[in-house]
Ligand binder design. Structure first.
Ligand code: ZN
Length: 189
């Protein structure tokens, strides 16, 4: 067991006591260890060694030069840094390559890495496009993330199922060159 795991376990035990619970009762006795394991699995975004190595390919391999928009979609989970409750939903990422193409699975891995921190949606979208751009150097990239924020649904305004949307754009998507941002937004609908 690492020092960090031990610390988290102890803090969760103290949290249970502070909430008015008995950490020794049967249903809770293993909870601190379980939460510590879950955090270790989830919060990979604090471990620099886990930052995804992005595989790139020259955009001319086998005589193919691809100069259109590429789009990837998927799911993500993160934790709101203001309340430490999850926010989660779907994302759509697009880029127009220049000299390099990005390995298709690497987008999801990059999302998982940066989502594996205490986050706000506005920073999360930016960190993902910045990391991908720094390696792939595309003509531009764009990321939209829709999310249900439990801090907005289970407390406060209690607006059930009301998605919050954040977007980041770089390069030709930022300037909407040839309407590429409009095209992306209409294709992901
Ligand atoms: Zn929140």
């Amino acid at each position: 067991m690492t020092e960090q795991t031990r610390t988290i376990e102890e803090l969760i035990r103290q949290l249970l006591v502070a909430l008015g619970e008995d950490p020794q009762r049967r249903g809770l006795v293993d909870t601190p260890a379980r939460v510590a394991r879950m955090f270790a699995e989830f919060f990979i975004g604090y471990d620099q060694s886990k930052i995804p190595r992005l595989t790139i390919f020259p955009n001319c391999e086998d005589g193919v030069v691809y100069n259109q928009m590429l789009i990837d979609k998927g799911y993500y989970f993160s934790y709101c840094e203001h309340h430490i409750v999850p926010f989660f939903g779907e994302y759509a990422f697009g880029y127009i390559p220049d000299k390099y193409l990005l390995g298709a699975s690497k987008i999801a891995r990059t999302i998982d890495y940066f989502a594996g921190r205490l986050q706000i949606a506005e920073r999360l979208v930016q960190q993902v496009v910045d990391h991908i751009d720094s390696v792939v150097c595309p003509k531009g990239s764009i990321l939209v993330m829709w999310g249900r924020h439990l801090c907005k649904e289970m407390r406060g305004v209690r607006k059930y199922g009301s998605p919050y949307e954040a977007i980041a754009t770089t390069g030709v998507f930022y300037t909407n060159e040839n309407g590429c941002k409009d095209e992306f937004l209409s294709r992901i609908k």
